[in-house]
Design a protein around this ligand. Structure first.
Ligand code: ZN
Length: 442
């Protein structure tokens, strides 16, 4: 494999060399936060911890976690950006929104320096996802509001690739522009890539592979790492599918999947300090190969809205064995978000894992499915009701239902009640997939 990096020095650095850089930045940042952030001054005081307790990253665990709800509350109580925003408005050059998948969206401001940091991390992630200066990137994601838009434009331009902003809800324009400009990279959500593949078959009478995308760069939801979805996209487009993951309160894209396709590399080495924790006890876990837990971020180079030990609610698996691409950072797969998790008789089940099993039945099913919940989760009394679309060619629905339920039980250890519905019944998601339908009043 060709070894290519955006910043070879930092991306191939060993942990012994990186740690002192992170230590130094962390101590500078924690001084800054302690001095200026009313939000953290109060939080640290309430937690009974003083500045003298924190001598380095080994003491990080002494500081309390920051939850998304606290940032939301801080913003409601101290408008416009909250008491965790610690620069005057004239230093802020942009205000972005979190995507608001859970609750009221929050805003996040960045200074000129923060903008450079965001661009650097996001570009490093996109470069690891194989975006190169010679590429023409068709951007089928909205530019406004959320961090998958403008910051990605900045990063793609920083790499030196040609950025073509198209946005969402414009599939005909994606087809036309891709042909005329010979676009070779499609940047979108995995849901859109699946939707768009069906769209071009139906409306343009062509195979998605005929559009000539060499690379599919996906993110904003776990789909790109779900094996059956990834396999389907690779087959549909005949191209390399690389996923990425970010966080609007930390940086737009923080992880990027290299061509070795063994998980997403951490790409914010000198900007964000990551921790892995047990989501139930909050204990810090070793970032060792195969470990599973929740990601926690401490920003170590942020001016506007720094966060310390921010709980992302992203559940991940860690890989630390050496990677063929030459990058030394750890890799992850995202299993799902804690907020989406269901607990069925004590077993944790993520909707993306159910989607993986259902999609593996293609072409007998379309791959579209929805989980029906009668009552608020996460605890669900089995059987879990799932609607699955079958293909028009499938004749023996009784057997299909039994096989689907059997595979779900074998792979994910829960009892399902699958209802087969005809093609086109379930909603298609152009932006982000929502695999759960709530049948109760909220
Ligand atoms: Zn790699």
């Amino acid at each position: 494999m060709k070894k290519e990096f955006l910043n070879e020095k930092i991306e191939t650095m060993g942990p012994d060399e990186l740690r002192p850089i992170q230590e130094q930045k962390f101590l500078k940042q924690i001084d800054y936060v302690w001095e200026r952030s009313q939000f953290y001054q109060k939080k640290f005081k309430d937690h009974g911890v003083t500045r003298s307790h924190i001598k380095g990253l080994d003491d990080l665990h002494k500081l309390p976690f920051t939850e998304k709800d606290e940032l939301r509350k801080s913003q409601e109580e101290t408008p416009p950006l909250g008491s965790h925003c610690i620069v005057p408005i004239d230093d802020i050059i942009r205000i972005q929104s979190s995507s608001g998948t859970t609750g009221v969206p929050t805003f996040v401001g960045i200074t000129r320096h923060d903008h450079q940091v965001w661009t650097d991390i996001t570009a490093r992630s996109l470069f690891s996802k194989s975006v190169r200066p010679t590429d023409v990137v068709i951007h089928a994601v909205g530019l406004t509001f959320f961090v998958g838009g403008l910051p990605v434009k900045d990063a793609i331009e920083h790499i030196g690739a040609a950025f073509v902003p198209i946005g969402t809800g414009a599939s005909d324009r994606v087809v036309m522009t891709t042909k005329r400009l010979e676009g070779n990279v499609l940047h979108c959500t995995p849901s859109y890539a699946q939707y768009f593949a069906d769209y071009v078959r139906k409306n343009h009478n062509m195979e998605p592979s005929e559009l000539g995308f060499e690379k599919l760069v996906v993110g904003a939801e776990p789909g790109g790492g779900v094996p059956a979805i990834k396999k389907r996209l690779q087959a549909d487009y005949q191209s390399l599918v690389s996923e990425g993951m970010g966080n609007s309160d930390a940086a737009p894209i923080i992880f990027g999947e290299c061509p070795a396709q063994q998980g997403m590399h951490f790409c914010a080495q000198e900007y964000i300090f990551p921790e892995l924790i047990d989501p139930d006890s909050g204990h810090v876990m070793d970032m060792k190969d195969g470990a599973e837990g929740e990601l926690v971020y401490t920003l170590i180079d942020r001016e506007c809205c720094p966060v310390v030990r921010f709980r992302t609610r992203d559940r991940i698996t860690v890989f630390t064995d050496p990677c063929a691409c030459g990058r030394t950072s750890f890799r992850i797969r995202c299993i799902g978000r804690t907020d989406d998790m269901l607990i069925i008789l004590g077993v944790n089940v993520f909707p993306s894992a159910i989607k993986d099993v259902i999609t593996s039945f293609r072409p007998r099913v379309t791959g579209d499915m929805i989980i029906l919940l009668d009552k608020p989760g996460p605890a669900v009394t089995p059987p879990l009701k799932i609607q699955v679309e079958y293909s028009p060619d499938e004749k023996d629905l009784g057997t299909l239902k039994k096989e689907l339920e059997g595979r779900l039980r074998d792979k994910l250890v829960f009892k399902a009640d699958v209802e087969l519905v005809s093609e086109g019944t379930l909603p298609r998601f152009e932006m982000k997939a929502n695999y759960i339908r709530k049948l109760y009043e909220e």
